[in-house]
Ligand binder design. Structure first.
Ligand code: AHR
Length: 336
């Protein structure tokens, strides 16, 4: 620059500075959620273990779109609690606007929830629940899993009308609020029935393969049983595969199968009289979560918990004062 007039040099430096600031603004605009007006949502999903889960994931992609003002990063945690914690911490580091957690297990959340809170990021617990103080998260959205278990128990109570029964339970993933709640609810009703005997209760991990493996084992260990309670539809399909292979009849003239979720396929099997009672757990929850987020954005007061309602269904030909008897119309209306 030697020999360049002073004025020209200053002008050149100013131009360079302006260009630098402009480039910086452009980079920020490309990377910042605020600059493009989109809210960054991080969702740590449980995994892909069941049809219910796939419907729930799809529902989040359908609802949290860019057109609706969101940038969604959904992580499939493949039922790995440690990975789920690590991903929440990653969202904190990246300074997401909201973090949504569908907890794989109820335990072990205190530290990470505190970190989210200290970072000032609103945190929503969705679908399942955590065993932590509700002061540690902003709000929760989900079904009442204990009530679901009680619905199943009450339906069985009505159906058996005092008859004795030997019961097998294929549980959902150990430590999940879905499995804990459904067991607790069903056991609450079973406690009033000394004529019911729960022979065994074993983890089928909410999967079809898990349900089949547990049922194969049950068939070997318990030659006599009357009822199989499966904590979700996929486990029920696995249990049915195992019973088919062993030549065991189920349905109105055979073993009683009770299931949870009431997915389209599950209700198809209820309509066909194979699963006698199917208690719904609605996976269409993203719009409720989105409305909660909108309310927070608008500075509105939000409840600590929003219940996703659900109902029970039973096979045609069964009279029930508690659950809906399946029809073609009910099945046609089922979206997931
Ligand atoms: O948390 C909901 C439960 O988890 C559903 O019943 C099951 O299908 C899923 O995997």
């Amino acid at each position: 620059m030697a020999g360049m007039p002073k004025m020209k040099w200053r002008f050149f430096t100013m131009k360079k500075l302006l260009a630098l600031v402009l480039a910086l603004v452009m980079v920020l605009a490309a990377t910042s959620a605020f600059a493009d007006g989109l809210l960054k949502i991080g969702y740590v999903q449980v995994g892909h273990e069941s049809d219910w889960r796939m419907a729930n994931t799809q529902n989040y992609y359908d609802v949290f779109t860019e057109d609706a003002g969101f940038e969604l990063e959904l992580i499939d945690c493949d039922n790995d609690h440690a990975l789920q914690l690590a991903k929440v911490r990653e969202f904190v580091q990246k300074d997401f606007d909201y973090i949504v957690i569908d907890p794989i297990q109820t335990a072990g959340w205190d530290d990470v929830l505190k970190e989210v809170q200290e970072a000032g990021i609103p945190c929503i617990i969705a679908d399942r629940s955590v065993d932590a103080s509700s002061d540690l998260y902003t709000t929760a959205v989900g079904t009442n899993m204990t009530a679901e278990g009680e619905t199943a128990g009450k339906w069985l109570e009505e159906y058996l009308a005092g008859k004795a029964a030997k019961i097998l339970v294929i549980e959902g993933s150990t430590g999940s609020s879905a499995a804990i709640g459904r067991s607790e609810g069903f056991n609450n009703i079973a406690a009033n029935h000394p004529e019911w005997e729960i022979l065994a209760s074993q983890d089928g991990d909410f999967t079809q393969n898990g349900g089949q493996a547990v049922m194969e084992d049950f068939i070997k260990r318990f030659p006599e049983f009357d009822v199989v309670v499966c904590h979700n539809d996929n486990e029920a399909y696995g249990a049915m595969d195992a019973m088919d292979a062993a030549g065991i009849k189920y349905g109105v003239d055979g073993k009683i199968i009770i299931s949870f979720d009431a997915t389209k396929e599950g209700l198809t099997r209820t309509l066909a009289g194979q699963i006698l009672c199917n208690v719904e757990c609605n996976p269409i929850q993203a719009v409720i979560v989105m409305n909660v987020i909108k309310d927070i954005q608008d500075g509105k007061e939000i409840p600590k918990f929003t219940l996703v309602p659900d109902e029970g269904f039973c096979a045609p030909g069964i009279e029930s004062s508690l659950v809906t008897v399946m029809t073609d119309e009910v099945l046609a209306a089922r979206k997931y």
